[in-house]
Design a protein around this ligand. Sequence first.
Ligand code: IMP
Ligand code: MG
Length: 181
Amino acid sequence: MSMHDDVKYVLYSEKDLQEIVNRLGAQITKDYQGKNLLIIPILKGSVLFAADLIRKIDVPCELDFMVVSSYGNGTETTGKVIIKKDISVSLEGKDVLLVEDIFDSGVTLIRLKEELLKRNPASLRLCTLLDKPDRRRCDTIPEYIGSQVPDEFIIGYGLDYAEKYRNLPYIGVLKPEVYEN
Ligand code: IMP
Ligand code: MG
């Protein structure tokens, strides 16, 4: 039994992901010329994406990490974000780019943005690999979006179901029978 057997279909192959990352990297490189870029991937889901993305960003930058969670019951978020691991540097004067795996309801990232804006960064933008617009619960959307995905459960390339499947090299849709029983 391989983890690939739990994949209903592949949404983005490794090659597709490379193209998405290259495009975002080029866009960010262009936008952050002469800026004081601090990239903050939100662990754990964005770790594969961020590792690839930063190698396509051709401007000097710093890297730090955060772990956040939003209180919720399984698949729904309640809207309160908890910073479980904070960054170790000040945001004062930094051009902060938060990097996320997927923007779903949007609540986690938007709440986090509100929190971090209180620390006076020079600017703060959001970058998400995937965007699931069907379940949106906020008006703001990330400045950088890799691609839109349907309202299904997505796994791979960092995204998990119950902490598994993060190591799939592609992005796929999880077979519903895996989480329905
Ligand atoms: P939001 O606050 O609803 O936007 O939640 C975003 C977070 O929910 C992401 O960072 C993921 O950890 C998780 N998430 C949302 N949809 C999926 C999915 O389809 N697969 C895996 N994780 C997901
Ligand atoms: Mg997750």
